[in-house]
Design a protein around this ligand. Structure first.
Ligand code: NAG
Ligand code: NAG
Ligand code: NAG
Length: 402
């Protein structure tokens, strides 16, 4: 019966919020494996929610709440997702919202490319959200990005976690929660972010209705004390709006997952951070960098990348489109630490020198890497470049890239 009331309160809260925020709709995540595995009460609650499924939006969590980064094999990961899809189809839960959330943010950032592939192939996911990019804290610096066609939106924190379920037992006392709502952190979060996404847990709704209390109070406070007009949009439209407001956030900036403990905890054990170079030879072109590369690799302690078949053996990761393939792709070019000495592992891409964005990207992923550049008399370089152009284009055309 408790869950009957939960369900009623959820619907009532949604209706109340709709009076304040047009079209406000709860977005409910489901892990089908846990359907009808609770107490009798809870099983009734499951059924009531499903009966009224059309009152809410729905998104797939993982079938059994497993963390995607633990799955290296994308086929196996997709099979797990398909179980949740079959569950949704059998119970009439809509499957076309284009939004999903991964347990513990796992696989979203740092990127587990297998998750993005599986999400797209099974669910046609277009949008997700996380608190982890670029870092959890400071919360005001959280950003979004787009990877492999999936828009990742920053998610905010509302102070409700799995273990915060009773008003009177709120950490630091219930006054802390009320302070956060009435002008404190939660209020500021809503005030300072044009788009806010919050997530809480069933236990916040099933016990003291703490989630419902928090958000009703927050919206009322905002409407009483500010001129903000609050709106709701479904995830796909919300994501479009987000990147209209913040177009500069579309391109991600990859960081080393091992430099942030939270990131390392949700990073596949099979993807050691030691598979990244310790130094870079950055060019520019026509200064003898290929010769330097060759001489360096003759030393037994120095390890280079595997040659790329498409770009004259260079990886050319930091400067162009390859960057958007993500660091899984980049690391595939380097041997496993068990097979090679990684103390002096390096790569050489002569295209890194003259592209502005390279410095920013390389500093984010390889903050401690040493940089080697070859500088020669510009006249000699120009003449060498001229020879290349003549050789490739024949006479009469001269391209100078100094
Ligand atoms: C509410 O949703 C309906 C149906 O999706 C839509 O037609 C309407 O424009 C929305 N109203 C607002 C204020 O967003
Ligand atoms: C992934 O798992 C499937 C099913 O267990 C298996 O058939 C396939 O060979 C695996 N793929 C790889 C690359 O290990
Ligand atoms: C180590 O090198 C061997 C031979 O090149 C290769 O077959 C094997 O897959 C490598 N092991 C790892 C972990 O990369």
């Amino acid at each position: 019966i408790t869950f009957f009331f939960l369900f009623q309160s959820l619907l009532n809260a949604q209706n109340k919020l709709r009076n304040l925020v047009p079209n406000f709709t709860f977005n409910l995540g489901f892990s089908g494996k846990f359907y009808h595995t609770g107490t009798d009460d809870e099983d009734i609650g499951d059924d009531m929610l499903l009966q009224h499924r059309n009152e809410f939006w729905w998104f797939p969590h993982m079938w059994s709440h497993m963390q995607p980064h633990l799955f290296h094999n994308v086929t196996v990961l997709a099979e797990q997702m398909r179980l949740n899809m079959i569950f949704a189809q059998e119970h009439g839960i809509p499957t076309d919202m284009g939004y999903a959330v991964a347990p513990h943010h796992s696989g979203v950032y740092p990127i587990h490319s297998q998750l993005y592939e599986a999400w797209k192939s099974v669910w046609g996911i277009k949008v997700t959200s996380t608190e982890e990019y670029p870092h959890l804290r400071p919360a005001r610096y959280r950003k979004g990005f787009i990877h492999n066609g999936i828009k990742v939106l920053p998610r905010q924190t509302c102070g409700l976690f799995t273990h915060t379920i009773f008003y009177n037992e709120y950490p630091g006392g219930s006054r802390e929660l009320d302070r956060s709502i009435r002008g404190g952190e939660l209020f500021l979060t809503l005030l300072l972010n044009p788009i806010s996404i919050f997530m809480t847990h069933l236990s916040n709704y099933g016990n003291d209705r703490l989630g419902l209390y928090t958000f009703e109070s927050l919206v009322k406070f905002v409407q009483c004390w500010t001129q903000l007009r609050l709106q709701t949009l479904p995830p796909v439209q919300l994501a479009e709006k987000y990147f209209q407001i913040f177009p500069e956030e579309r391109d991600p900036l990859w960081q080393n997952p091992c430099n942030d403990k939270r990131h390392k905890d949700i990073w596949s054990k099979e993807k050691t951070c030691d598979r990244l170079p310790k130094f870079l030879v950055i060019g520019p072109q026509k200064t003898g960098t290929t010769a330097l590369f060759f001489f360096l690799t003759l030393h037994p302690a120095i390890t280079s990348n595997f040659p790329s078949p498409v770009t004259f053996e260079e990886i050319q990761f930091f400067n162009g489109q390859n960057y958007h393939r993500g660091i899984d792709w980049y690391m595939e070019f380097f041997p496993f630490p068990s097979n090679a000495s990684t103390d002096f592992m390096f790569e050489k891409s002569a295209t890194y020198f003259d592209t502005e964005v390279v410095a920013k990207r390389a500093a984010a992923l390889l903050p401690h890497a040493k940089i080697i550049s070859v500088l020669i008399n510009p006249v000699e370089r120009a003449y060498s470049w001229y020879q290349v152009c003549v050789a490739h284009l024949g006479e009469g055309v001269l391209l100078l890239g100094i």
